[in-house]
Design a protein around this ligand. Structure first.
Ligand code: THU
Length: 134
Protein backbone atom coordinates (compact mmCIF):
# COMPACT_ATOMS: atom_id res chain seq x y z
CA UNK A 1 0.00 0.00 0.00
CA UNK A 2 1.43 3.39 -0.96
CA UNK A 3 1.52 6.24 1.49
CA UNK A 4 -1.44 8.22 0.00
CA UNK A 5 -3.60 5.16 0.63
CA UNK A 6 -2.24 4.91 4.15
CA UNK A 7 -3.14 8.56 4.66
CA UNK A 8 -6.67 7.84 3.42
CA UNK A 9 -6.98 4.91 5.80
CA UNK A 10 -5.79 7.12 8.67
CA UNK A 11 -8.57 9.58 7.78
CA UNK A 12 -11.11 6.80 8.17
CA UNK A 13 -9.63 5.96 11.58
CA UNK A 14 -9.66 9.62 12.59
CA UNK A 15 -13.31 10.01 11.60
CA UNK A 16 -14.23 6.87 13.53
CA UNK A 17 -12.41 8.12 16.64
CA UNK A 18 -15.18 10.70 17.17
CA UNK A 19 -17.61 7.82 17.68
CA UNK A 20 -15.55 6.08 20.38
CA UNK A 21 -17.43 5.09 23.52
CA UNK A 22 -14.85 5.77 26.21
CA UNK A 23 -16.64 7.37 29.19
CA UNK A 24 -14.40 5.65 31.76
CA UNK A 25 -10.90 6.14 30.43
CA UNK A 26 -11.58 9.18 28.26
CA UNK A 27 -9.06 7.62 25.85
CA UNK A 28 -10.72 7.58 22.45
CA UNK A 29 -9.49 5.26 19.74
CA UNK A 30 -10.52 4.87 16.11
CA UNK A 31 -9.29 2.13 13.78
CA UNK A 32 -9.72 1.29 10.12
CA UNK A 33 -8.85 -1.93 8.32
CA UNK A 34 -8.56 -2.42 4.60
CA UNK A 35 -9.36 -5.86 3.26
CA UNK A 36 -7.75 -7.64 0.32
CA UNK A 37 -10.56 -6.48 -1.98
CA UNK A 38 -10.05 -2.83 -1.00
CA UNK A 39 -13.04 -2.44 1.30
CA UNK A 40 -12.59 -0.39 4.48
CA UNK A 41 -14.16 -1.14 7.85
CA UNK A 42 -13.88 1.02 10.93
CA UNK A 43 -14.12 0.46 14.65
CA UNK A 44 -13.93 2.35 17.92
CA UNK A 45 -13.14 1.33 21.46
CA UNK A 46 -16.29 0.39 23.34
CA UNK A 47 -15.94 0.53 27.11
CA UNK A 48 -18.15 -0.95 29.79
CA UNK A 49 -18.95 -0.19 33.43
CA UNK A 50 -17.40 -3.59 34.07
CA UNK A 51 -14.06 -2.24 32.87
CA UNK A 52 -12.52 -5.52 31.81
CA UNK A 53 -15.23 -6.04 29.21
CA UNK A 54 -14.07 -3.04 27.20
CA UNK A 55 -12.95 -3.83 23.69
CA UNK A 56 -10.34 -2.09 21.59
CA UNK A 57 -11.06 -0.21 18.38
CA UNK A 58 -8.84 -2.48 16.30
CA UNK A 59 -10.75 -5.60 17.25
CA UNK A 60 -14.10 -3.90 16.63
CA UNK A 61 -12.93 -2.91 13.13
CA UNK A 62 -11.71 -6.43 12.43
CA UNK A 63 -14.94 -7.97 13.66
CA UNK A 64 -16.92 -5.64 11.38
CA UNK A 65 -14.79 -6.77 8.44
CA UNK A 66 -15.17 -10.46 9.28
CA UNK A 67 -18.90 -10.10 9.86
CA UNK A 68 -19.16 -8.57 6.37
CA UNK A 69 -17.47 -11.65 4.93
CA UNK A 70 -13.85 -10.50 4.73
CA UNK A 71 -11.09 -12.87 5.76
CA UNK A 72 -7.81 -11.18 4.79
CA UNK A 73 -6.61 -7.68 5.66
CA UNK A 74 -3.83 -5.76 3.92
CA UNK A 75 -3.59 -2.59 6.02
CA UNK A 76 -4.65 -1.12 9.34
CA UNK A 77 -4.67 2.46 10.66
CA UNK A 78 -5.13 3.52 14.27
CA UNK A 79 -5.73 6.92 15.84
CA UNK A 80 -5.37 6.60 19.62
CA UNK A 81 -6.00 9.44 22.04
CA UNK A 82 -4.39 12.82 21.37
CA UNK A 83 -0.79 11.64 21.09
CA UNK A 84 -1.34 8.32 19.33
CA UNK A 85 -0.06 4.88 20.20
CA UNK A 86 0.53 1.44 18.77
CA UNK A 87 -2.02 -1.39 18.98
CA UNK A 88 -1.96 -3.36 22.23
CA UNK A 89 -0.59 -6.89 22.33
CA UNK A 90 -4.01 -8.54 22.26
CA UNK A 91 -4.94 -6.60 19.13
CA UNK A 92 -1.66 -7.55 17.46
CA UNK A 93 -2.51 -11.22 17.88
CA UNK A 94 -6.05 -10.57 16.63
CA UNK A 95 -4.65 -8.75 13.57
CA UNK A 96 -2.32 -11.68 12.91
CA UNK A 97 -5.32 -14.01 12.50
CA UNK A 98 -6.45 -12.08 9.42
CA UNK A 99 -3.27 -10.38 8.24
CA UNK A 100 0.15 -11.59 7.22
CA UNK A 101 3.73 -10.52 7.86
CA UNK A 102 3.46 -7.75 5.25
CA UNK A 103 0.20 -6.26 6.51
CA UNK A 104 0.93 -2.63 7.33
CA UNK A 105 -0.10 -0.93 10.55
CA UNK A 106 -0.07 2.87 10.57
CA UNK A 107 -0.35 4.78 13.83
CA UNK A 108 0.77 8.04 15.38
CA UNK A 109 4.04 7.86 17.24
CA UNK A 110 5.32 11.02 18.87
CA UNK A 111 2.99 13.24 16.82
CA UNK A 112 3.78 11.84 13.39
CA UNK A 113 2.30 8.86 11.57
CA UNK A 114 4.54 5.86 11.27
CA UNK A 115 4.01 2.57 9.46
CA UNK A 116 5.28 -0.82 10.56
CA UNK A 117 4.46 -4.30 9.34
CA UNK A 118 2.68 -6.87 11.42
CA UNK A 119 5.94 -8.82 11.40
CA UNK A 120 7.60 -5.81 13.08
CA UNK A 121 4.85 -5.52 15.68
CA UNK A 122 4.36 -9.19 16.43
CA UNK A 123 7.31 -11.28 15.23
CA UNK A 124 6.10 -14.64 16.53
CA UNK A 125 2.30 -14.74 16.52
CA UNK A 126 0.55 -17.69 18.02
CA UNK A 127 -0.92 -19.94 15.37
CA UNK A 128 -2.36 -23.40 15.00
CA UNK A 129 -1.02 -25.72 12.34
CA UNK A 130 -4.39 -26.22 10.72
CA UNK A 131 -5.96 -22.92 9.80
CA UNK A 132 -9.73 -23.57 9.66
CA UNK A 133 -10.19 -21.68 6.40
CA UNK A 134 -6.88 -22.59 4.82
N1 THU B 1 -7.52 0.73 23.44
C1 THU B 1 -7.78 0.51 22.11
O1 THU B 1 -8.89 0.77 21.63
N2 THU B 1 -6.79 -0.02 21.35
C2 THU B 1 -5.56 -0.37 21.81
O2 THU B 1 -4.75 -0.91 21.06
C3 THU B 1 -5.19 -0.08 23.20
C4 THU B 1 -6.26 0.45 24.07
C5 THU B 1 -8.60 1.27 24.28
C6 THU B 1 -9.12 0.34 25.33
C7 THU B 1 -9.67 1.30 26.36
O3 THU B 1 -10.99 1.64 25.99
C8 THU B 1 -8.80 2.55 26.21
O4 THU B 1 -8.13 2.40 24.97
C9 THU B 1 -7.77 2.72 27.32
O5 THU B 1 -7.01 1.58 27.49
Amino acid sequence: MDSPSRAALLKHARAAQDRAYAPYSGFRVGAAVETDDGAVYTGVNVENASYGLSICAERVALCAAVAAGARRISAVAVVAGDAGGAPCGACRQFLAEFGDAATTVTFYDGGAPTTLTLADLLPHPFGLEASPEG
